[in-house]
Design a binder for this molecule. Structure first.
Ligand SMILES: [Fe+2]
Length: 243
C-alpha cells in the first residue's frame, strides 16, 4: 500500500462511528460538508500543491457556456493534465480506494468510480476578483467532492448555491425556469473543509465574489457511479480547462 493510501485508510477510520449520521444527512440534503478534512500533514501538502499549480499553470477564463444557457465562467483554472503530470498526492488521493469506499458508504452508491473520461477527473479553480463566478450548471457525472483551500466569509459572496432534484436538458437547459421553480440552497463551506454534492441532479453555481480581497480556491474531484461508466457525454466544455 502506498503511503498516500495508508494515510487515507487510517484517517477515514475516524469516521466509522459517524457513518449512519453522515449517510442520513447526505440523503436529506444531497450535500455534506466535512470540516477540517484530511490528516493534517497530507492536507497541508495538498493545499500547497493546489496553490503551486495555480501559480504555475492557472488560466484566466472569461466565457459564457451555451450548453448551460449562457451562464458565466469567470475564473482561473488548472485542468486535469498538469495536475496529473506534476502531482503524486492529488491523483493518489483521487484514486484512493479508502476515500472512494468512504464516499460510497455515505452516498449508498454501491461504488464510487473515477469518471470514464479522464479530462473530467479533476480541476482546480481560483476566484479572486469581485464578480468572478462559476455560473449555473449541472455536472456530467453524479458526484463532486470539493476541497476548499480557501473559502470566502459568508458575507463576501462565493457561496455554493444549488437547486436539488433538477434535470439537465442539454439542448434546452432553461436555467432561469428551473431556478424560478425550485428552492435555492446556499452553503458556505469553510477553509480546510471538503464537501460532497450530488452534482448531476443539482443545478449549482459558485455565486459571484462580492468583496474586494475575497478569494475562493478549490480542487474539485468528479466521480461516477457504476451505471455511468458507459454513459454518452458531450465533453465540449472540457476545452475550457486546458490551454
Ligand atoms: Fe459543478
Amino acid at each position: 500500500m502506498s503511503h498516500i493510501e495508508a494515510s487515507w485508510t487510517s484517517y477515514l477510520t475516524t469516521f466509522d462511528d459517524q457513518l449512519d449520521d453522515l449517510k442520513a444527512r447526505f440523503a436529506e440534503d444531497e450535500f455534506i460538508e466535512f470540516p477540517d478534512f484530511g490528516p493534517r500533514e497530507v492536507r497541508e501538502a495538498l493545499d500547497r500543491e493546489i496553490v503551486g499549480l495555480l501559480d504555475k499553470h492557472g488560466l484566466k477564463r472569461r466565457i459564457n457556456v451555451s450548453r448551460t444557457g449562457g451562464t458565466p465562467r469567470f475564473m482561473e483554472v488548472v485542468g486535469r493534465n498538469p495536475i496529473a503530470e506534476e502531482s503524486e498526492l492529488i491523483p493518489g488521493t483521487y484514486h484512493s480506494a479508502a476515500l472512494r469506499s468512504f464516499l460510497a458508504e455515505i452516498t449508498k452508491a454501491g461504488e464510487i468510480l473515477p469518471v470514464p473520461f479522464t479530462p473530467e477527473e479533476m480541476v482546480i479553480s481560483r476566484l479572486t476578483e469581485i464578480g468572478e463566478t462559476h455560473g449555473w450548471h449541472w455536472d456530467d457525472y453524479s458526484y463532486a467532492f470539493v476541497w476548499i483551500v480557501e473559502g470566502p466569509a459568508p458575507e463576501d459572496g462565493g457561496a455554493l448555491e444549488y437547486v436539488r432534484d433538477t434535470a439537465w436538458n442539454k439542448e434546452d437547459p432553461r436555467v432561469e425556469e428551473v431556478l424560478a421553480g425550485g428552492r435555492v440552497e446556499r452553503r458556505h463551506p469553510a477553509t480546510g473543509s471538503a464537501y460532497l454534492l450530488k452534482a448531476d441532479t443539482a443545478l449549482h453555481r459558485v455565486a459571484p465574489l462580492a468583496r474586494e480581497g475575497a478569494r475562493r480556491v478549490i480542487l474539485c474531484f468528479s466521480y461516477a457511479s457504476p451505471g455511468e461508466m458507459d454513459k454518452a457525454v458531450d465533453h465540449t466544455e472540457v476545452d475550457f480547462y486546458s490551454a
